[in-house]
Design a protein around this ligand. Structure first.
Ligand SMILES: *Cc1c(COP(=O)(O)O)cnc(C)c1O
Length: 387
C-alpha cells in the first residue's frame, strides 16, 4: 500500500495503546471508571468568556480569515497581562504571537530552526510535542534526564560538550508536566548562561504558570535579565481559563525567533478564529478571581489524593503547581504494570511514566481532574487492593 514517510516512522512508539484498549473495554462493559489520565480541566470556561465568544461570533467581520499575526488588541492584552503578572515589558508588534493553542507553536518552532540531523535538548520525561515536533522537523532529540535527586531540573553540566555546541534549541517546562516540579530563578539564570555560551534558543513552556498552591507563585523565564535575547516563552489559555477546546495560546520574547516561527505558521495556518481572539482578550483582561478558586479546588483535591495514598504507605510529594501528581511506583511493578493493574482491578485510569520518556519509568501520573468525592473513591478502591 502507501508507504508512510520516514519522519512518521521515527516518531516515538505510541505507548498508551494497550491502556487505551483496556480502558475502552472497561467502558463498554459499563464499569465505573475514574479517569485520572488526561490533563484536561473538568470544570467549564467562565461564563463571561463564553458570552464574549457568542457576541463576537455574530459579527460578520469576524467570519473572515484572521491575520496570521493575530489582532493587535489581543497582542496588546497579552503584553499588558505579562506586565501585570511578571513585570516583563513586551512589544505587542514584534514580541508577541498568538497561537492555535500553545501545542501548535511548540510543535512548529523546530521547523524554523532545525536542519536535518540538528540536535534539540529535551527534558526526559516531557510533554510529548517537544520530541515529536523535533523529529517531524528532521531533528534529533537529545534527552536531559529529570531526576528526583535534582528536583526534576536538568543537570546542565551533564550535557555532552559536543552536543551542547551543536544543539540549536532547548525545551524547558516549569511548572512541569508530568513531574509537577517547579524551577527557581537561579535555575533559569543558569539555563540562560548555558544558552548564551552555546548559542542555543531556549523555548520555555509556561502552560501552568497560573496553577499553583500553598501560596507559591511561579515566575516567568522572561523575568531573567537578558532572557529576551536568548529565548521565548509559550503560554496557553487552556488550563488557566478552562479553554482547552478553544485552541488559544501565545508565544512571547525574542523578536527574531518569533518572526521565524511566524514565517512557518503563515505558510501552514491562517490564524485563530477572531471571535476566539476577542474571547481571549476578555479572558486576560476580565476578572481573574476564578483562577484563585480553581487553585483552591485543585489544592484540596491534591490533598485528598496525596494524603489518602500516603496514609496507605505510598511515598508521594505534594506538587506546588500543575494538576499532576507524580507517583513513584512501588517495588515489583513497572509503570506500565501498575497502570494496567489499577485499571483492571480498581477501574482507575492513570498514565504510565514511561509514556513521557525513559526517565519516566518508575512513576505513574495522576491528574487532579475529577472531584474530591471521586478522588476519595479512588483512594478507597486502592485501599481495598492493599488488603
Ligand atoms: C496542556 C499543556 C499545554 C497547553 O497546550 P494547548 O495546546 O495550549 O492546549 C502546553 N504545554 C504543556 C506542558 C501542557 O501540559
Amino acid at each position: 500500500m502507501y508507504e508512510i514517510a520516514g519522519r512518521l516512522k521515527r516518531l516515538p512508539p505510541y505507548l498508551f495503546a494497550e491502556i487505551d484498549r483496556i480502558k475502552k473495554k472497561a467502558k463498554e462493559e459499563g464499569r465505573d471508571i475514574i479517569d485520572l489520565g488526561v490533563g484536561d480541566p473538568d470544570t467549564p470556561t467562565p461564563m463571561h468568556i463564553i458570552e464574549q465568544l457568542y457576541k463576537a461570533a455574530r459579527d460578520p467581520e469576524n467570519h473572515r480569515y484572521a491575520m496570521d499575526m493575530g489582532l493587535l488588541r489581543l497582542r496588546e492584552a497579552i503584553a499588558r497581562w505579562y506586565k501585570r503578572r511578571f513585570n516583563v515589558d513586551l512589544d505587542p508588534e514584534t514580541e508577541v504571537l498568538p497561537l492555535l493553542g500553545s501545542k501548535e507553536g511548540i510543535a512548529h518552532i523546530p521547523l524554523a530552526f532545525i536542519n536535518h540531523g540538528d540536535e534539540v535538548l529535551i527534558p526526559d520525561p516531557c510533554y510529548p510535542p517537544y520530541k515529536s515536533g523535533t523529529i517531524l522537523a528532521g531533528g534529533v532529540p537529545y534527552l536531559m534526564p529529570l531526576l528526583a535527586e535534582n528536583d526534576f531540573l536538568p543537570d546542565l553540566e551533564k550535557i555532552d560538550y559536543q552536543v551542547a555546541k551543536r544543539a540549536k534549541i532547548m525545551f524547558l517546562n516549569y511548572p512541569n508536566n508530568p513531574t509537577g516540579a517547579t524551577a527557581t530563578e537561579g535555575f533559569f539564570r543558569k539555563a540562560l548562561d548555558f544558552a548564551n555560551e552555546n548559542n542555543i534558543i531556549i523555548c520555555h513552556d509556561a502552560a501552568y504558570s497560573e496553577m499553583s498552591y500553598d501560596g507559591y507563585r511561579p515566575s516567568s523565564f522572561l523575568e531573567i535579565e537578558g532572557a529576551k535575547d536568548a529565548g521565548v516563552e509559550f503560554h496557553s489559555l487552556s488550563k488557566t481559563y478552562n479553554m482547552t477546546g478553544w485552541r488559544l495560546g501565545f508565544v512571547c520574547g525574542n523578536k527574531d525567533i518569533i518572526s521565524a516561527l511566524r514565517t512557518v505558521k503563515s505558510n501552514i495556518d491562517s490564524g485563530v478564529f477572531q471571535a476566539v481572539q476577542f474571547a481571549g482578550i476578555i479572558a486576560l483582561e476580565g476578572e481573574q478571581q476564578h483562577i484563585d478558586e480553581l487553585n483552591i479546588m485543585y489544592q484540596k483535591r491534591r490533598d485528598v489524593l496525596v494524603d489518602g495514598l500516603n496514609g496507605l504507605g505510598w511515598k508521594i510529594d505534594k506538587p506546588k503547581a500543575t494538576f499532576y501528581v507524580w507517583i513513584p511506583v512501588p517495588p515489583g511493578y513497572t509503570s506500565n504494570e501498575l497502570t494496567k493493574s489499577l485499571l483492571e482491578k480498581a477501574d482507575i485510569v492513570t498514565t504510565p511514566g514511561i509514556g513521557f520518556g525513559p526517565n519516566g519509568e518508575g512513576y505513574i501520573r495522576m491528574a487532579l481532574t475529577v472531584s474530591e468525592e471521586r478522588l476519595k473513591e479512588a483512594v478507597d478502591r486502592i485501599k481495598r487492593l492493599h488488603k
